[in-house]
Design a binder for this molecule. Sequence first.
Ligand SMILES: [Zn+2]
Length: 164
Amino acid sequence: MNISFDTSLFQTDLSLAYESFGYQASLNNKTCNFYKCASYIQNTQNAKIQCHLNIDDVVTIQVADYGESYAIIKGIFKHKSNDGYFYPFIYVDWFENAYKNHNKLDCPIFILRHDGFYRKIFPLTVVDKVRKVHFVHDCNTRCKENHNLENKHYLKNDFFFKAI
Ligand SMILES: [Zn+2]
């Protein structure tokens, strides 16, 4: 799938993503190739790890300005830079920590932000663990057959990984 971008927010974010790895990009090429998933090799201190990333995965992202945060992958794409190389990026929606817990379930509450308040485009490599994080919708009475997504509250399911 090819998508041409023309919103200034997208361009600003893409420029910042290039700058984050020390690259001054003038984005002459305005076409991005989007993918459903990506596989790549991550080099850690001791090993090379094969990572798989899919649309709608929730991941932890390590970004200098924000610290470790949670985001949902909304897009995976490559952009052809001025030097002729393709660079991989992700496009995310952030989960913003509400710093309170659900009063019955005692899970931390997060708010999913669709707006442009935070940067949304990052080099693929900022995803620091493809250990999936589990978030569930904080359903209310308006969630019937489908989740009512006007309610942007989600619960981080901390208990998921604890074996009994
Ligand atoms: Zn729901």
